[in-house]
Write a protein that binds this ligand. Sequence first.
Ligand SMILES: Nc1ncnc2c1ncn2[C@@H]1O[C@H](COP(=O)(O)OP(=O)(O)OP(=O)(O)O)[C@@H](O)[C@H]1O
Length: 258
Amino acid sequence: MIELKDVQKSFDDKQIIKGVSMTLDAGKCNLIIGSSGSGKTVLTKCIVGLFTPEQGEILYEGNDIVSMDKKERKELRQQIGMLFQGSALFDSMTVEQNVMFPLDMFSDLNYEQKRARVDEVLSRVKLEEAHKKYPAEISGGMKKRVGIARAIVLNPKYLFCDEPNSGLDPQTSLLIDKLIKEITVEFNMTTVVITHDMNSVMEIGDHIIYMYEGHKQWEGSNKEIIYSKDEKLNNFIFASEFLQDAKKMRMEEVSKGQ
Ligand SMILES: Nc1ncnc2c1ncn2[C@@H]1O[C@H](COP(=O)(O)OP(=O)(O)OP(=O)(O)O)[C@@H](O)[C@H]1O
């Protein structure tokens, strides 16, 4: 579980994050949504310790990352898995070598143990056949799977995913979302996903945080979002007339008990 209490972050004199508090539970997909420039990335960088907020607390199981010393931060970072936009694989390394990389960096396992762990995570993301392939030889969806395997290879308690569906078709996006959701539940991870993908919001949004101009404008679940009366959120989610009509139809169906 990660708790934020009144987090504030400025650059020069401009306040970007304006006192954000929230609780991100384990075993849940916590989605951060909001329009471009609303502060999603800055907030997430504060949470993982890449930016230091001037004010507030960011508690990992009660321990504040803001006041941790270097050694404590390093230990915590090893419990954080990251899935980057565009997968960020090393092109000159095979799939297997990419996934082994965090083990080479941070574990004391011998080569056989590392191989066994790599096999385990690659089969978990259903990529048993791709060990010896290079990133250029696999599809975008497979690259994301490799990225996920690499993010979870150290058995992290926390998983951060930045736009996990960018560049993927809707069907592959759905498979990646389902995989993220499954591993979140299976390993009881606290998962934080930055996304612009409304399918993800509806599909895996156990807990959705809508950021607007640096503050938390709304939070709730994918079940609740459809009934939200927050005008800013509605304008953001149901931006097109088509989606507004779809929402009205859905609400009419629900009110008729269908
Ligand atoms: N290192 C920085 N120095 C100064 N200003 C920054 C820095 N990083 C971000 N900002 C500013 O903070 C604001 C929020 O940016 P942020 O990247 O968090 O938005 P975002 O919601 O993630 O947008 P997008 O969806 O486009 O990625 C922007 O006005 C941006 O210019």
